[in-house]
Design a protein around this ligand. Sequence first.
Ligand code: SAM
Length: 348
Amino acid sequence: MIKYLGSKRTLVPLLSALAQASGARTALDLFTGTTRVAQAFKRQGITVSAVDLASYSEVFARTWITIDADKANQSELTAALADLNSTAGEPGYFTKTFCEDARYFQPKNGAKIDAIRNRIENEFRDSPMYYPLLTSLILASDRVDSTTGLQMAFLKSWASRSFNSLELRDPSLIAGQGFAYRGDALELAANLPATDLAYLDPPYNQHRYFANYHIWETLVRWDSPDSYGIANKRLDVRDPETKSAFNSKREFRNSIEKLITDVRAETLVLSYNNESWLTKDDLIAMCEPRGAVQLIEVDFKRYVGAQIGIFNQAGKKVGVPQHQRNLEYLVLVGEKSTVAKMAKVTNL
Ligand SMILES: C[S@@+](CC[C@H](N)C(=O)[O-])C[C@H]1O[C@@H](n2cnc3c(N)ncnc32)[C@H](O)[C@@H]1O
C-alpha cells in the first residue's frame, strides 16, 4: 500500500470488527483513499462501494473493489507484470519533471516509470488488467520514492529506498463484490444506493490530497501538465475545482452536516480526530437526529511525517512538530441495539 496521510491502517481491525458486529451485508466507504477499509469489508463478504475524488484512488478501487479475484484471469495478470518488468527505461515527461527538475525518484527509476506507463496505456487500455497494472506501477513507484510520504517536497538527500530498482509486484486481487465511484462525496451521497453501513473518513483540515499526491494524479491521468514551484506541482492544483469543501475551514461545518444528513445508510461510522475544526460535541450533536450515538476514542501514534519534523519545499527542516499524539475517534450512529452491539466489540 502507498504511504498516505490519514490512512486508517491501524484502525482496520477495529473497523472490521465493528462492521461484523453491525451485521452489515452492504457498506459504503465514502472517502476511500487507499481503499484499505473497503478492502477489509470486502474480505468479510460485504458488498462494498468505494468513493473518492482522487484519480489514483479510483484506480485502487477498480483494482481491489470492483474486480472479483475468483473471476479474474490471474495468469494473464502475472504474465503482463513479468513482461512489463522487463521493459527498458526510456526517459520522458515523468523523468524530466519528477527526477531531473525535481528529485522525487532516481532518474533510472523515472525512465522505467515513463516506459512502463506508456506501455500500459498503449497495450492494456481496453484490458481488464489496466487498473491492476496501474495500481502495481503506483505501488512500485511509492516503494522507491524520496519523500516523507507527501509530495509537497522531496528529501534533500536521496532516501535509501530510492536506490532500489523499480519492480512491479502482484497487487493481490480480492474475491467478492464491489463498486467504485470517483466524485465528490457531497454530490454523490444522496444518490448512491442505500447500504447497511457507511464509513465516513473525510479530511479534517487544510491538507489537500490533490496537492499532496499530485504525482499519483499525473501518473494516472498521464496528461503531462505544466507544473510550478520547487515541488513541480500540476498547475491545476491552484484551480478551485481541484479543491475539496472538507479542506476549507469556512465550508467544513456545513459540508459534514449535509453529508451526515444525506448519506443513505442504516448505520454510520465516522472517523474524527482532535486536529479537526469541529469539536467532538458538535459532531455528536450533528449525528443525534439519525439515532443513538456512541463515541469511541482510539489513541495511536501520529503520522510519521509529523514525527520527523516540518520541512520546507526544498526538504529542509524548518520546525519541530507541536505535539506527537493524535487522538482518533470513531462515532457510531444508528439504531440503538445495533450501536450497542458494535460498542461491545470495543470493550466499552
Ligand atoms: C483521510 S483520507 C481517507 C483515508 C482512507 N480511509 C484510507 O484508509 O486510506 C480522506 C480522503 O478523502 C478524499 N476526499 C477529499 N475530499 C473529498 C470529497 N469532497 N469527496 C470525496 N472524497 C474526498 C481524499 O482524496 C482522501 O483520499
